[in-house]
Design a protein around this ligand. Sequence first.
Ligand code: ZN
Length: 69
Amino acid sequence: MIIGKIDKNEKKIKFHLDIKCTKCGKTVPGGMQASENYFGSDSFKIEIDNFKKNYLCGICRDKKRLDKQ
Ligand SMILES: [Zn+2]
């Protein structure tokens, strides 16, 4: 998964994030990528925060989608 934008010429930083599903609490190890410039910036931290707050695992995401139909 990519956090923020990575331009073609930018260096990528790969990092690992343990994300928890906000619904069932299952921990999902995530292989993440961000650009070198973006990584560690304030907006990067905010985006990671938001990402974690809204994260649903595949099963809960499917459920949510089915519930809406
Ligand atoms: Zn879940």
